[in-house]
Each structure stands twice: as structure tokens, then as C-alpha cells.
Design a protein around this ligand. Structure first.
Ligand SMILES: Cc1ncc(C[n+]2csc(CCOP(=O)(O)OP(=O)(O)O)c2C)c(N)n1
Length: 321
């Protein structure tokens, strides 16, 4: 069980992700976001619980639904929102948008519009760390839509035979765009695929921050201790449409969405903190107010930030090193 201070830090981090995503959804409706915007609403416990065990020199490789990963890994709401607004103050200087959130200084090695390769990149990072004999770890976040991609097989097998310090975190939200995982997978479980690769595997309730925290802590410790990779399946649900502006009907029922909203990870954790007397309502309300203000400030900062200068267009195209 985390210490009291850490319990509240987890709550705060989930709120940073939630409020940033809700702000981004509003900004998208206002036409401020250029390019796609896939929000992480409903899945906040996963990035929060995993990244709580990571250091800035650990490497995270993410997906198209990656704002939460970037925020939990230490990219600020200002840098994330400004990046989606295409402004020069964004973490990728406004050149990438939602699917190119990079900040190597804190180990955020990129979100990506391509489903699957983050699994191989995280295995590659694990291989580098092993060669360097460091205790850093590589982490891949990916959806259920990635696990029947060849990258999953190749990445997990390689990590297993070379005992790479890598965490493979599957965010199984039951759908890949509008395709139910139960339809596209002969084996509709992810967690039980680990043993097929000779790999430790865990399946957790991805809407339970403490369950994710515990599983990720165990996996991170194994990786740092040279015991190899772990596959973690986190069962969860996205409660907004696949991407902002997309229709959200025909492939799932409103009742199913409501059922999952009732299992909201933040509301649930709020109740747990109160019930277990880890915090009083005033403390939690103060955290909420502080985070709301932080996100409002980030939006204003982003909106007032300059666009990249046109004559810098060819910068950052080739590495100077
Ligand atoms: C290699 C590749 N194939 C297909 C797509 C189109 N695509 C974009 S998002 C998506 C669904 C991904 O589902 P999942 O991995 O479960 O993540 P989720 O959106 O549910 O978080 C697909 C198929 C893509 N971006 N890349």
C-alpha cells in the first residue's frame, strides 16, 4: 500500500489527466485543435498507477491515446495543450500534435498514430538498458487493438528470450475503434498470453488505481532486478467516443457506457480515500480546485502562445549529432 502522501499524489495525477482531457474535448469543439484528439477519459488509473513507479530516465512508448501517458510521465498540461493547439510552446514545439508528444528529458519517448510499434520500441529500450547494465526500464502502453499485430508477438518473444527490463501494459478497453475485442480475437484475453511467451503475466482491474499500482510496482521491481519483462492486462473502458468529433453509436449500447461510467476510476478512488479516512472531503476538494486552476491556466497559456515561425520549418528535420 502506498504511503498517505503517495495516495493523494495518485488522486491528483488522475485529476490532472481527466481535467486536461475534458478541456481538450471542449477545445476540439471550438476548433482549436489541429488533427485528431483521442481522449483517455475513464482510463486514467492505468497511466497514473504505472508511471508512479517510473523515473525520468525510464522510457515510455505510447499510442494514439497518449495524453494521459505524457502527463503521468511528467509532461505538463501547458506543454500538452499547447502541442495540440500547434503552438511553439508545446512539448514538440507545435509540430506534432496529439500523436507526437515527445519529451525525452522526462522519458516520454512519444505518442504515435501507428498501432503496435511502441511494443517493439519498448523492447528496444529494454535491450539498450540491458547492454548499458543500468537499472532503467522500458514501458509500452498499447490497446487491445495492438495485440493481434505482429509487433506484439515479436516484441514479447524477444523480451522474453533476452529477459529485457520491459513492461508491456495493455489497456484493454474492449474495442478497437468500433470493433469489439471479443470479435477480433480468437483468445479474447490478453493476460493469459504471457505464459505462451514464457513471461510473467498479470491481469488487473484497470479502473482500480491501487490494483494497477500494485501490479506495476511488482513488474517494475522484477524488471530493475534483472528478472525480465512482465505483461500486464488492465481491463478498462473509454467513456468518450473513439476520437473527438466521431459518432459514438451503433457498436456499443448507451447502457453499457453508463454501466462503465458508474465504475469511473476517479469517483471510485475518491470514495475509497474517504471511506478509509486517508483524506477528508475538504482535502480532496482542495486538490480538485488546484488542478482545475492548473488546467485553466494551461489552456490560457496555450491559446496565447505563438505559432512556430515559418522560417523554422526545416529545423529538427535531421539530427545534428
Ligand atoms: C498499424 C495501424 N493499423 C490501423 C490503424 C487505424 N487505427 C487507429 S486507432 C485504431 C484502433 C486501436 O484500438 P486499440 O489499440 O484497442 O486502442 P484504443 O483506441 O481502444 O485505445 C486503429 C485500428 C493504425 N492507426 N495503425
Amino acid at each position: 500500500m502506498p504511503e498517505s502522501e503517495q495516495l493523494l499524489a495518485l488522486y491528483r495525477e488522475m485529476l490532472i489527466i481527466r481535467y486536461t482531457e475534458e478541456q481538450l474535448a471542449r477545445s476540439h469543439q471550438m476548433g482549436l485543435i489541429h488533427g485528431a484528439c483521442h481522449t483517455y477519459v475513464g482510463e486514467e488509473a492505468i497511466a497514473t498507477g504505472v508511471c508512479a513507479h517510473l523515473r525520468p530516465d525510464d522510457a515510455v512508448f505510447s499510442t494514439h491515446r497518449g495524453h494521459g501517458h505524457a502527463l503521468a510521465k511528467g509532461v505538463s498540461p501547458r506543454e500538452v495543450i499547447a502541442e495540440l493547439f500547434g503552438r511553439s510552446t508545446g512539448c514538440s514545439e507545435g509540430r506534432g500534435g496529439s500523436m507526437h508528444l515527445f519529451k525525452p528529458e522526462v522519458g516520454m519517448m512519444g505518442t504515435s498514430g501507428i498501432v503496435g510499434p511502441c511494443i517493439l520500441q519498448a523492447a528496444g529500450a529494454g535491450y539498450s538498458f540491458k547492454l548499458l547494465k543500468s537499472d532503467q526500464i522500458g514501458v509500452a502502453f498499447f490497446g487491445d487493438g495492438a495485440v493481434n499485430n505482429g509487433a506484439f508477438h515479436e516484441g514479447l518473444n524477444l523480451a522474453s528470450i533476452w529477459k529485457l527490463p520491459t513492461l508491456f501494459v495493455c489497456e484493454n478497453n474492449m474495442y478497437a475503434t468500433e470493433v469489439p475485442f471479443a470479435y477480433s480475437a480468437g483468445n479474447p484475453h490478453v493476460g493469459n498470453r504471457g505464459p505462451a511467451y514464457g513471461m510473467k503475466s498479470l491481469t488487473v482491474d484497470g479502473n482500480d488505481i491501487l490494483a494497477v499500482y500494485e501490479a506495476a510496482g511488482e513488474a517494475a521491481q522484477r524488471a530493475r532486478g534483472g528478472e525480465g519483462p512482465t505483461l500486464i492486462e488492465c481491463r478498462t473502458y473509454r467513456t468518450r467516443a473513439h476520437a473527438e468529433g466521431m459518432r459514438d453509436a451503433g457498436y456499443r449500447t448507451p447502457e453499457e457506457v453508463e454501466e462503465w461510467k458508474a465504475r469511473d476510476p476517479i469517483t471510485r478512488y475518491n470514495g475509497w480515500l474517504l471511506e478509509n479516512e486517508e483524506a477528508g472531503p475538504e482535502t480532496l476538494a482542495a486538490i480538485e480546485a488546484e488542478v482545475k486552476e492548473m488546467v485553466a491556466d494551461a489552456e490560457e497559456f496555450a491559446r496565447n502562445s505563438p505559432w512556430p515561425e515559418a522560417d523554422t520549418v526545416s529545423e529538427h528535420v535531421f539530427s545534428q549529432r
